[in-house]
Design a binder for this molecule. Sequence first.
Ligand SMILES: [Fe+2]
Length: 335
Amino acid sequence: LLTTVVSPYLCGNFAPVQREVTSDDLYVEGQIPHELSGMLVRNGPNPRFSPQGKYHWVDGDGMLHGIELLLGKANYRNRFVQTRAFQSEQKAGQSIWKTGLLEPPQLDLAPNNAFSPFKNTANTSLVWHAGKLLALWEGAEPYEIQLPSLETIGPYYYQGQLTSRVTAHPKVDFNTGEMIFFGYYPTGSSHLLYGVVSATGQIIRTVPIDLPAGVMMHDCAVTPNYTIILDLPLRFSLDRWRQGDTAYFFRKDIASRFGILPRHGDNNSIRWFESSPCYIFHTVNAYEEGEEVVLYACRLDSTNCFDIPTEPNHQLDDRPRLHRWRFNLRTGDTH
Ligand SMILES: [Fe+2]
C-alpha cells in the first residue's frame, strides 16, 4: 500500500496554474471609462514542477497575473517569473531543488550568486519604483519585469550598486520618491543590511545593522524621518535545519526589539526599543507624533508558520491582531 501525502497547498483552490495565458480584449460588461487606465499586477507562489520534498506554500515559483485597462479595453495575462532557478528546472524538465523552507538546505545547488545560496523564486511581491517593476523574494536579488508583457528581463542589480538582498516589502516614500529596503542574512555573521534607493533609482546607501542573532525579518515601516526595523524572536538555526527540523523557531522567552533609525542613519544612530515577544509579518502604517514614533502592525503572540500543514488555514492559534506601539524617542519608553 502506497500512501502519498500531498500538501494541501497543492490541491483544490490552491492547485498551481500551469498555463500561461494572454487574453486581449476581454469581454467588458458596461463601459470602462477611458480615464481609468493602467495595469494591476500581482505575484505569488505557483510551482512549475511537482516538488521533490515537503512543500511550504511560499516555496513555489513566482507567477505574475496582470489586468491591464487601456482605452476602455481590458487585457489579462499571466507569466512565470523566469528566474535562473526556474530556467534550469525548465531545462531539466523537473524540479531540481528539493524545495524550500521545510527541507534541509541544499547548499550544493547554490547558484553562482553572491546574493543567495537558495532558490530565488521571486515569488513574494512586486514593487514599482524609478520606472521599473521588480519581482521580489526576500532572500536574494530582484528580477526586473517588462510591462505590459510581464516577460522577465532578468535579475536587477542597480547598475552594479546592489550589495544586499532585497526584502519583498520595501517602502516607497511618495513625497521624496525614495525607496527604503533591507536584506537579512540568518546564516551570516552580519545579519542585516539596510539601504535607501533615490527617486531616480540610484542606491545611495547600504549599511550594516547589528543584530544579536539571525532572525526572519519580513517587513519594516517608515515615517517621514525614520525607519523601523523589526528584530523579532523568530530565530534561525542552521543546525536544526540541517537535522531536518524547521529552520526558524519562535522563542517565547525573548523580547521583541524595534530599531528606529533616521532614514539616512546607520548602526550608530539606531535606537532599540523592547516589547513583549511577538511576530509581525506585515506592518500597516507608521508616523511621527510629537516625540513619539507610532507603529501599527498585525501582531501575532507567536507563530507556527513553519510547521508542516495538514490542512489549509491550519494556523488558527496564530491569528494576527491589529496592534499599536508607541516609541518615545525622548524617554526610550515603549507603550
Ligand atoms: Fe509579505
